[in-house]
Design a binder for this molecule. Structure first.
Ligand SMILES: [Zn+2]
Length: 254
């Protein structure tokens, strides 16, 4: 009997696990029900939709049914709820406020998020990318952090907010930029520190995996234990340039 990558038990494994949750693909279906996808190099060339794979990315032989649908499923369900802002009792709804700070940085301050579910939900996408053998996710290689995050996910333990820091940027308020794109997860190295980014529906999620690897500019905007997250809005008209620099698309090696 094969071994499930999350619970490490010998169990039958399901034949079809998604890597990026289906609900994130919902916005992305075109009229032919095919997913629009771009890669960073295509984006640079102005081609926002370079390929149209027929479905989302699935892979079998990774997880047992319980781990896929229940353990990880509950975190992903929360992600889906806060993104769609529906299906949520009033007391659980995130409270958003647009703010411009003294440096002219525009951000969306979000209060009343569930720190534990949101952090573990975002880590689920990264961890699923890590265990996937598919080409789209090849840059995600967590090494020793694979086991660390596995334990966090199965033990329902988000750890503190200085331990794997997560920040989110958005270009959703820039009408000229498409929000219906998904980018392959990327590995970045800056000043000897490593972090990952995943682009989903107009958001860029940044994962600062190793200790103190967070860019100091993001320190006050990251997801915090006080159930807040501030999403930095990329300046209108600068989204594309910023994105290309930030995601390292200019050095794309394809
Ligand atoms: Zn399992």
């Amino acid at each position: 009997m094969p071994i499930c990558k999350l619970c490490k038990q010998e169990k039958p494994l399901i034949k079809k696990s998604h890597i990026i949750p289906d609900f994130l693909h919902k916005e992305l279906y075109d009229q032919n029900h095919r997913i629009k996808k771009f890669n960073a190099k295509g984006f640079k060339l102005g081609l926002t939709r370079i390929s149209k794979p027929p479905t989302g990315e699935y892979e079998g032989g990774l997880l047992c049914k319980e781990c896929d649908g229940e353990v990880l499923g509950k975190y992903e369900t929360y992600l889906g709820k806060i993104l769609s802002k529906s299906d949520m009792p009033k007391e659980q709804k995130p409270i958003c406020r647009k703010i411009r700070n003294e440096n002219g940085v525009e951000f969306l301050e979000i209060r009343n998020v569930d720190y534990k579910l949101l952090k573990l939900g975002l880590l689920t996408i990264l961890w699923r990318s890590d265990i996937s053998t598919r080409k789209t996710f090849q840059e995600v290689k967590l090494g020793p952090y694979e086991e660390k995050i596995r334990k966090q996910l199965i033990e329902d333990n988000p750890s503190n907010d200085n331990d794997i820091e997560i920040a989110v940027m958005s270009w959703r308020n820039d009408k000229k930029m498409a929000t219906d794109v998904i980018g392959q997860p990327r590995l970045h190295k800056k000043n000897g520190k490593t972090y990952y980014s995943i682009i989903i529906n107009g958001y860029i999620v940044l994962y600062f995996i190793s200790e103190n690897s967070i860019d100091k500019n993001f320190k006050s905007f990251r997801l915090k234990e006080d159930n807040t997250l501030s999403i930095v809005n990329l300046p209108r008209g600068y989204g594309m340039e910023f994105l290309l620099n930030y995601t390292g698309a200019i050095e794309s090696k394809e």
